[in-house]
Design a protein. Structure first.
Length: 359
């Protein structure tokens, strides 16, 4: 078997969910498990959190169906609502909470004949301008929904554009827009993604919606997951599958861009960009072998990458190589590549087996 595995620490996942809850005592939290639980495996994440989580949130009916296979009764929020009118029937059958983010969705809902009323989340566009009603349109939607037979709970939600940038003026502006609607009767309100859970108590409302923090990565550029008390959930581990001595002046890998400045020992490692390891890593990016950080040598290939192990003479064939996890924080690698932990986690490809520990 190819030696590459994404180990998922379920105890860390539970720890991070509990940390989100501790940030906002008395509030509830939808664990956001869209995109296959940010690459970790939605079924396993839901199974792991089902006794702990107040609910789950996903991006589509297809994702909701996957969650329902594991947890038949949890509150389960469809974050972007229904993409076509027929989905309201399925949403009612599955007992979902459904966001309503625009006029077309509202009209389709009010025309839908469904077997039981839905918990609805009217989405306010408080300033991100991606989804949601304007304040005035939301007031009109609220009036139309109040006595509609399709409605069980009527709730309010919105989403931050810049919660990861503390002190950004848009944060206050978005909170003000939201607060301007609180004279309306809502059963529950929800605003906070991970960044707001961690740093904006005023946004906690009734239901949190933490995503990235559950997986032990930070939403902030300048605040590490460790400093926030989060534990990394995924560790991506490959092995050394070949070792060679490369004379000074010889190159390694595609494009021959990395040239040995000294007689070097180079390890070939069983992970490449087709596994989700970023091809865009800058020179000097490190992996960890036997607890030591060592730099990549040359370009990342589809299935392999090379590491300069000259400074670790005890390294041998078969040694484990951590690409990210406890020793190489995923956020460090993401930042070096000009991206975010979210992208690296969700891009771990299907051919990488997930192994679950501490379940
Ligand atoms: C509407 C909504 N709520 C909550 C989240 C969770 O955000 P985060 O992963 O930053 O906590 C997302 C994710 O993008 C989202 O789209």
């Amino acid at each position: 078997m190819r030696p590459l595995v994404a180990t998922v620490d379920l105890a860390a996942l539970r720890h991070n969910y509990q940390l989100a809850k501790q940030c906002a005592p008395g509030r509830k939290a939808f664990a956001v498990v869209k995109a296959n639980a940010y690459g970790h495996g939605a079924a396993a994440a839901v199974e792991c959190l089902r006794d702990l989580a107040d609910g789950f949130a996903v991006a589509s009916l297809e994702e909701a169906e996957q969650v329902r296979l594991v947890d038949a009764s949890a509150r389960l929020l469809l974050l972007e609502g229904c993409f076509e009118p027929s989905e309201y029937v399925a949403a009612a059958e599955l007992g979902l909470d459904v966001a309503v983010q625009g006029q077309a969705q509202l009209d389709a809902l009010l025309a839908a004949v469904i077997e039981r009323p839905l918990n609805l989340w009217l989405k306010l566009d408080s300033g991100m301008h991606r989804l949601g009603f304007s304040v005035d349109a939301l007031r009109r939607a609220h009036a139309r929904l109040q006595s509609a037979p399709q409605v069980a709970e009527l709730n309010l939600m919105s989403h931050f554009a810049c919660a990861d940038e503390r002190g950004h003026p848009l944060n206050e502006a978005q909170l003000d827009e939201f607060a301007g609607l609180l004279d309306l009767a809502f059963d529950h309100r929800s605003f906070a993604n991970s960044a707001a859970v961690l740093t904006m108590p005023a946004a906690h409302m009734d239901w949190l919606r933490p995503g990235i923090m559950l997986y032990g990565a930070t939403p902030f550029a300048e605040l590490s997951a460790e400093a926030l008390g989060l534990k990394p959930v995924m560790t991506l581990t490959a092995s050394i599958i070949a070792i060679r001595e490369v004379p000074a002046g010889d190159s390694v890998g595609y494009g021959a861009g990395w040239v040995a400045r000294r007689p070097s020992r180079i390890a070939t490692v069983s992970c490449g960009y087709a596994d989700g390891y970023p091809r865009t890593v800058p020179p000097g990016t490190c992996v960890a072998i036997r607890g030591q950080r060592l730099p990549l040598a040359g370009r990342v290939s589809m299935d392999m990458l090379a590491v300069d192990i000259t400074d670790l003479p005890q390294a041998v064939l078969g040694d484990a190589v951590e690409l990210w996890g406890n020793e190489i924080p995923i956020d460090e690698l993401a930042q070096a590549c000009g991206t975010i932990g979210y992208e690296l986690l969700t891009k771990v490809t299907q051919r990488v087996p997930r192994r679950y520990i501490n379940g």
